[in-house]
Design a protein around this ligand. Structure first.
Ligand code: BES
Ligand code: ZN
Ligand code: ZN
Length: 500
């Protein structure tokens, strides 16, 4: 992708698509004047009249397309609604770029897009958000479409941004940062899109190894005998019912000047059938996406390996299937986690926390100063928050707040749920230290977090339950339907801005 800091006024820009942002509470004429477009009076009047005829209101994500018929060097002009000016932030710009890319570059032939949109934040943030939106919006997964015409390829080659007060070098840095993050998100989306008969735990491990090593990360894949040696009885319990073997994926990034190690821990269930506590056909349908947490942390490490922040990173993923094979855990079985705690598995479908328990212990053992885990952990979180936001919990309010704030900048919403002591009661077992599932229908997301808390000592820890926003049934702004790789942007923004 080429990036261009556009210094000419819109009337002189030579692009496939010239995009001008318009607020709902301003006139088209004012929006055009604000960017000093330099349109001829005649053309300006035509645009204004057309907008009136089409009843263009400039509400959020509304778009009006006008052919320029040689009156401008650019082929098409798009008036892009930005909603109310009071609600505006770079989030709207990211969404707009996503919608533009999907409509004109993925489903159209546009190669060059030039944006003139207002800005209330730092110019770097705007440029980065536009690049992220455009790259995310032009994603598609074609691997299994055999008909040539069914394949969607993006034609986008150049993203230009006008109206910025930036040095070329700063503009370039912002764009490259957006590119690294968005391309990693797209890579994670690809991993999630892969069906479980392709993306097995060993393939996931291989992906992490090859991609990670290409970027200079140290990647270690622990196989069953090593996992046994580590005493990960909880993780191995989940793997028992599957023919595919489990893998513990460990990726490391080191910086000379780093003062802390941030651990990112992911749930890597490449398919969740529920095990013997079998899911229904309907709730099993999309369960290939139960490795979204794993895809998220792996992809974050890849983006960060390119961007080189001054922190050490440790990524830990427990990868396995959750299947009801002949050796599968029986409800009521007791397993022992790496930290010695015994767990009565009263529900084999609450497998994510069993895998995370050992992965978290391992992250602590390997010297994590702070830990974030990302997991499609509970259906209850989808019920509570829908696809709009992830649940967030943890043992350090400061840490939780920091991630919520970075998420807001990155365009990902988090909503904190409580971790009251009462919830721990429901995890009491009659025969072991704790059981893995609480009472059905009662604060499932919080109970899961209470369970995880038993495996992080007092190390600063945040748990992200991304079960809802990791999957979309229809296109939404910068994301299209399917796996979204929710969390990559937040984690990257967090690590890039965290003090060393
Ligand atoms: N992977 C599921 C959670 C899930 C459900 C993710 C729906 C996305 C959409 C998880 O392993 C699970 O099955 N959790 C159980 C826990 C319960 C048995 C305590 C759930 O949410 O029903
Ligand atoms: Zn499950
Ligand atoms: Zn699961």
């Amino acid at each position: 992708m080429e990036y261009k800091l556009e210094t000419s006024p819109p009337a002189q820009v030579d692009s496939g698509l010239l995009v001008l942002g318009v607020f709902q509470d301003q006139t088209v004429a004012d929006a055009i004047k604000d960017v000093q477009a330099g349109f001829s009076e005649q053309f300006l009047q035509k645009v204004i009249q057309f907008a009136q005829e089409e009843n263009f209101k400039a509400s959020s994500s509304e778009m009006l397309v006008l052919p320029t018929y040689g009156e401008l060097p650019s082929k098409k002009l798009v008036l892009a609604g930005l909603g109310k000016s009071g609600d505006y932030s770079v989030q709207q710009a990211r969404k707009l770029a996503g919608n533009i890319a999907r409509r004109f570059c993925l489903n159209g032939k546009t190669e060059k897009v030039c944006f003139f949109v207002p800005n209330k934040d730092k110019d770097e943030s705007l440029a980065q958000a536009l690049v992220e939106g455009a790259i995310l919006g032009s994603y598609s997964f074609n691997k299994y479409r055999s008909g040539k015409d069914d394949k969607k390829e993006s034609n986008l080659q150049e993203i230009a941004v006008g109206g910025l007060k930036l040095q070329a070098a700063d503009f370039d840095k912002a764009c490259k940062q957006g590119e690294a993050i968005a391309e990693s998100v797209n890579y994670a989306r690809q991993l999630i899109a892969e069906p479980a008969n392709y993306l097995t735990p060993s393939r996931l491990a291989e992906e992490a190894r090859t991609r990670g090593q290409e970027l200079g990360l140290t990647v270690e894949i622990l196989e069953q005998p090593q996992i046994e040696k580590l005493g990960m009885g909880s993780f191995l319990g989940v793997a028992r019912g599957a023919k595919e073997l489990p893998h513990l994926i460990v990726m490391r990034y080191k910086h000379d000047q780093a003062k802390k190690t941030v651990a990112l821990v992911g749930k890597g269930i490449t398919f969740d059938s529920g095990g013997l506590s079998l899911k229904t056909a309907q709730s099993m349908e999309h369960m290939k996406y139960d490795m979204s947490g794993a895809a998220c942390v792996i992809a974050s490490a890849l983006a960060l390996a390119k961007l080189k922040p001054k922190v050490n990173l440790l990524v830990v993923v427990g990868a396995t299937e959750n299947m009801p094979g002949g050796q599968a855990l029986h409800p009521g079985d007791v397993v022992t986690a790496m930290n010695g705690k015994t767990i009565e598995v009263n529900n084999t479908d609450a497998e994510g926390r069993l895998v995370l328990a050992d992965a978290l212990c391992y992250a602590l053992q390997e010297g994590a100063d702070e830990v974030v885990d990302v997991a499609t952990l509970t259906g209850a979180c989808v019920t509570a928050l829908g696809r709009a936001a992830a649940g967030i919990m943890g043992n350090s309010q400061e840490f939780i707040d920091a991630l919520i704030a970075r998420g807001a900048e990155a365009g990902e919403k988090f909503w904190q749920l409580p971790m009251y002591d009462e919830y721990k009661e429901s995890l009491k077992s009659d025969i072991a230290d704790l059981k893995n599932a609480g009472s059905r229908g009662e604060a499932g997301t919080s109970c899961a977090a209470m369970f995880l808390k038993e495996f992080v000592d007092a190390r600063p820890w945040v748990h992200m339950d991304v079960a809802g926003p990791s999957w979309l049934d229809k296109d939404k702004d910068e994301l299209n339907k399917g796996g979204t790789a929710f969390g990559v942007r937040t984690l990257c923004y967090y690590v890039l801005n965290s003090k060393n």
